[in-house]
Design a protein around this ligand. Sequence first.
Ligand SMILES: [Zn+2]
Ligand SMILES: [Zn+2]
Length: 144
Amino acid sequence: MSPLDRYKDLKALLKKKGFSLTKPRQNVFDLLQNQGPQTTQVLIKRAEGQIDRATVYRTLELFERLGIVHRLNIGWKYKYELSDIFLAHHHHFYCSNCGKSYDLSANAMLETMINSLASKEGYSPRGHQLEIYGLCPACQGQLT
Ligand SMILES: [Zn+2]
Ligand SMILES: [Zn+2]
């Protein structure tokens, strides 16, 4: 997806819910693009000089409510990442030693299994998050 198409999608989504694409909203969206999961603190730091703290908080809250971002519980804190609308669906591996999170490659069979697990019990799944934790390759080497 080109950056311009992404803005178009973002604008359309906001408009549908009665919001407009303001400059700060576009800026926060930019900070989330082509990035792995980030904490609010990191986003605030990166927004410094452009958008104030309170606006970053408010925008993230709105984005979460509208399904533009996912809030991921990674380790003991939560991080934000663009939702499946803007980023291909994927799962994360979280290293409990260095705290980094890594994207895992997509697996269609796993997706089918997760959905059928819920459907079989009468639920209609709309999405899911899956985090795997442990040690990343670099930390495995360090600790042995
Ligand atoms: Zn690690
Ligand atoms: Zn999945």
